[in-house]
Write a protein that binds this ligand. Structure first.
Ligand code: HEM
Length: 224
């Protein structure tokens, strides 16, 4: 009885922590996106669109698309799973659109200044992250039209989708963090802003990683 009470309060503390971190993650992705938008002032140059679109796509749309499925922190918690899935793929489409626009802006900007392409770790990881989210979105089509993936159960497709989606998200977060080390960002942001931006980005990656991996391990526990 005492043990049950203890594990009950442990579960409550764990649940509250997860709810608080999801709420903080919503704030972090908004703060990060607004900070980059204010610093880059989109529209003032071709370059300015790059950090703006990339942050909007990877930090805001993709984080929110995943947090939609958070058991504790989803803004659509009370709605049916089908509605969440629809909102998820709309946000993911917006993420891919932003990623392509952000990539086009920096490639064109470099072309104008005659600089070589994909020479930094940030650029290299970035182009891989953009390809990964685009492929991930294409590979998700059978989740909507299941007849396209004959011989694959829906549960298996969902498991692969979650695992590859997490990899794409982490590639994007890695590129965002490396982007913060660029001469442009270190020159435009003060020390506090730099730490705030890096903390938001790292925190979101941890929350998303925890959400996806615990959903997966919970399912495995149910299956075994
Ligand atoms: C996940 C988000 C991001 C992705 C996928 C991404 C992707 C890329 C790619 C592919 C390039 C190389 C383009 C070329 O060589 O033609 C690049 C360059 C650049 N990016 Fe990003 N970027 C992202 C976010 C950011 C952010 C947030 C900043 C600023 C804070 C930034 C700053 C820069 C700068 C200064 C360059 C030019 C120098 C370089 O090639 O490293 N990027 N980015």
């Amino acid at each position: 009885m005492l043990l049950n009470k203890e594990s009950g309060s442990e579960l409550r503390i764990y649940g509250c922590t997860r709810a608080a971190s999801a709420a903080l993650s919503h704030c972090a992705c908004i703060v990060f996106t607004v900070t980059i938008a204010l610093l880059s002032r989109p529209g003032t140059s071709w370059f300015s669109w790059h950090p703006f679109f990339m942050t909007l796509g990877f930090s805001f749309f993709m984080t929110e698309a995943i947090l939609l499925f958070s058991p504790r922190g989803s803004p659509l918690k009370t709605l049916p799973h089908k509605t969440k899935s629809r909102a998820h793929w709309i946000l993911q489409c917006l993420c891919v659109t932003c990623a392509i626009l952000g990539l086009a802006a920096i490639v064109y900007n470099k072309h104008l200044s005659g600089k070589p392409h994909f020479t930094s770790w940030h650029g290299l990881l970035g182009v891989i992250a953009v390809c990964a989210v685009a492929l991930q979105s294409l590979a998700a089509v059978p989740l909507i039209y299941h007849s396209l993936a004959k011989g694959w159960s829906l549960a298996k497709l969902k498991r692969y989708h979650a695992a590859t989606g997490l990899v794409a998200y982490l590639l994007g977060s890695g590129s965002l963090l490396l982007g913060l080390r660029s001469a442009w960002f270190t020159g435009s942001a003060g020390e506090h802003t730099w730490y705030l931006a890096a903390a938001c980005c790292a925190f979101n990656a941890l929350v998303v990683m925890n959400q996806v991996s615990s959903a997966y391990t919970a399912k495995k526990r149910l299956q075994s």
